[in-house]
Write a protein that binds this ligand. Structure first.
Ligand code: ADP
Ligand code: MG
Length: 699
């Protein structure tokens, strides 16, 4: 049944069809509800009055009470402006309009007292406000409360007079209409312990705050609610999956695992690797389906963990599959793992988008017969018509590009029992984001790098140091090392980027005539890419010029220099990923960030952060604060609505933790929300289910 708030926005008094069209197009405000949840981005205190004498140019918004002395129309036709001289006891200023002149002229009366509000500037030594908000103190006015809300609008809207003040009026109209029609969405047992403001009041105060305190309470309530329902959804997913899915029991640790451990393991496992393998083994033996996230910084040795866990799967008569986000990585995993498995007799195959039809067919057959134990490939694996004999384990590498929805697809690969799932991410995710993106997973962390690693020495250089940088690269290569030089994707056009890279390649050939240079980019055929990578890996080329295709997971221990060109154009997590390509061997490694002089403050912060720390978690936190979660890779595909309206994962970690705990307690007590006291929650929850990602594959 459609609710009152779902009405088309055009029916709201003061809106009408034309404005409704604009609101829909520009702000995606389609219904009463959309408008109600279109929250202000800032507030200005309207209790303070300024005197004209103390106004400085470029001050924030000011409010002045005074009288109009004179009004004058100036300038040529088409370029007219209306200037009013406005005075209080301390001085005079100009109020200027370029638009809506006729209306202002007819309504503004000299001698009358007005309250004027706007952003001051100085022109010809005189303070003025362009397009101020003018309130007639005698006429009936909107009770905006003490703090005035400001709404984001667009240029188009402003041109049609739908500026922040107009939105304010429309919000006021809505507030009048919906009186008595807002119902509480949280039960008392949630609102009372935290003294949460009621929804009705919160929605009123967020638009028309009566005081700073009330505004704070309203904000807290709305943030809490937003985070709470997301957590309720994630945790209930976890609950229902746990209830619904039995897991294969991997009780044996046998020949494959032991043989590998005793004979093939090229080095001692780190303490952290041992710890997470233990955690995973426990899951695998529990009789429940494992859904675990393995977080570990670049170079922490996740591949080895993946392999050893797969061995347990084979020991119990099950197949396993390992998925990588790119073909290069899949190939690399395939080669590394095959080498490590030497002598064990584990049958392994590689399946990617460029696997030949005939080969593909054989692989399919061997998978179905159970002949093939380990399948390594790209994401294409899940889209493919691949079916397994007994798929017991799926490992997804570098998973931050992989959403909940895609994960859910995997569970359908087996008709009955779903395989165990291990998700590995090399991008450390801030805790708050992890709780949201991967909130349905158990988490293991590899918080230790293999011994002997020297922290990467990272430096930032401007163009004027380019010669020294080249000299440094030369000295390193002469000492036997190899170097990456990475170019950003500058334009949207693939052609242009390619040009950019090719120029770089040619330049490097000029600068380093004595060295052999490889090049890898996204437009190359996988076989070509692989061949170039292989040359570099074998040390036959000394320099690898590449785009970010090199970003994830590529492993060449002898490469000790990572030069990132136009580093200011890269995001933090990308920079960190790129840097992770070096520092994999015993030698001291370097990351050289090249940038132009003109960089934004945000870019500067990113580069400073890179120079300051190697800690991926710290970098992830900074990234979240700088960018906000909306832009962080993977959030769009999450299907979890991390597209938050009011809460901010960078700032509201504490509220999130509380909300998650409350949601968790409720579900522990009443997993299906069947109790009478949880009735409103069930209702809200149902509504969310209908509007967002379809979870039916799971429950
Ligand atoms: P990532 O976690 O980034 O996927 P990898 O699995 O690629 O890391 O491992 C990085 C490098 O560290 C590889 O060359 C690997 O062989 C090596 N490595 C992994 N575990 C250990 C260990 N316990 N001791 C020494 N080197 C290790
Ligand atoms: Mg890896």
């Amino acid at each position: 049944m459609p609710e009152y708030l779902d009405q088309d926005i055009k029916f709201l008094p003061g809106v009408g069809p034309k404005r409704a069209e604009l609101l829909k197009k520009e702000l995606n405000i389609n219904t009463f509800r959309d408008l109600l949840y279109y929250f202000p981005y800032k507030y200005i205190d309207r209790t303070k009055f300024h005197s004209i004498a103390e106004v400085r140019s470029n001050q924030a918004y000011i409010q002045v009470k005074g009288k109009i002395r004179s009004i004058e129309l100036q300038g040529e036709r088409h370029k007219q402006r209306l200037t009013a001289v406005f005075a209080d006891e301390t001085g005079v200023m100009d109020l200027v309009w370029f638009q809506g002149i006729k209306y202002i002229r007819e309504n503004l009366l000299p001698g009358k007292t007005y309250v004027v509000f706007g952003k001051p500037s100085v022109f010809n030594g005189r303070v003025n406000i362009i397009h101020p908000e003018v309130e007639d103190k005698t006429s009936e006015q909107i009770k905006t409360g003490v703090l005035q809300a400001f709404y984001n609008t667009t240029e188009k809207l402003k041109k049609r007079f739908l500026n922040t003040q107009a939105l304010n009026k429309i919000q006021y109209s809505l507030a009048q209409q919906i009186r008595g029609k807002i119902y509480e969405t949280l039960p008392p047992k949630v609102t009372e312990p935290f003294k949460l403001m009621g929804l009705k009041d919160a929605l009123r105060q967020i638009h028309f705050p009566e005081s700073t305190q009330q505004l704070q309470k309203a904000t807290f309530r709305l943030k809490f609610e937003e985070l709470f329902f997301i957590q309720l959804k994630i945790l209930s997913l976890k609950h229902s999956r746990y209830e619904a899915f039995k897991g294969f029991v991997f009780s044996n640790v046998g020949y494959n695992f032991n043989q590998f451990y005793n004979n093939n393991l090229p080095f001692e496992l780190t303490g952290a690797q041992k710890k997470v393998i233990k955690e995973i083994r426990k899951d695998l033996g529990s009789g429940k389906q494992m859904n675990r996230l393995l977080q570990g910084d670049v170079g922490s040795g996740k591949t080895l963990v993946a392999l050893m866990v797969s061995l347990i799967s084979f020991d119990n008569g099950f197949q396993a599959s390992l998925m990588a986000p790119t073909e290069i990585l899949a190939i690399q995993h395939f080669n590394t793992i095959r080498k490590m498995l030497t002598g064990l007799g584990v049958k392994t195959a590689l399946l990617t988008g460029s696997t030949k039809k005939s080969e593909r067919k054989i692989i399919h057959e061997q998978l179905e017969s159970g002949d093939l134990q380990l399948l390594i490939g790209t994401h294409a694996l899940i889209e493919d018509v691949v079916s397994f004999d007994k798929l017991g384990l799926v490992i997804i590498d570098e998973q931050h590009r992989f959403g909940v929805a895609q994960r859910a697809k995997l569970w359908k690969k087996n008709a009955g029992t779903p395989p165990h799932i291990l998700v590995m991410t090399a991008t450390p995710i801030p805790r708050t984001l992890a709780m949201t993106l991967y909130g349905d997973l158990e988490v293991s962390v590899i918080d230790e790098l293999p011994p002997g690693r020297k922290p990467i020495d990272t430096r930032h250089y401007f163009e004027n140091r380019r010669k020294q940088v080249y000299q440094f690269i030369r000295s390193q290569i002469d000492a036997g090392r190899q170097a990456y030089i990475v170019y950003p994707l500058i334009s949207e056009s693939e052609k242009m980027d390619y040009k950019n890279l090719e120029d770089g390649y040619e330049l490097m050939q000029e600068v380093f005539p004595r060295y052999k240079i490889s090049m890898v980019h996204g437009r190359m055929k996988p076989a070509e890419k692989d061949a170039e990578m292989q040359l570099f890996k074998e040390g036959k080329t000394q320099i690898m010029v590449a785009t970010t295709v090199i970003e994830v997971g590529v492993d060449v221990p002898n490469a000790s220099i990572m030069v990132i060109e136009s580093a200011e154009r890269f995001g933090l997590s990308q920079l960190h990923q790129l840097r992770g390509r070096v520092g994999r061997g015993a030698e001291q490694s370097y990351c050289l960030l090249m940038s132009s002089y003109k960089i934004s403050n945000e870019s500067r912060k990113r580069l400073e952060t890179m120079v300051r720390t190697n800690d991926g978690f710290e970098i992830a936190e900074v990234d979240l604060k700088l960018r906000g979660p909306g832009d962080i890779e993977g959030t769009q595909q999450s299907g979890l609505g991390v597209d938050l309206n009011i809460a901010n994962l960078g700032k509201d970690g504490e509220i999130l933790r509380i909300a998650r705990n409350v949601a968790s307690d409720i579900l522990d007590d009443d997993p299906k929300l069947e109790k009478e006291e949880n009735k409103i929650l069930r209702y809200q929850f149902q509504k969310m289910k209908n509007t967002e990602f379809n979870w039916s594959v799971i429950s």
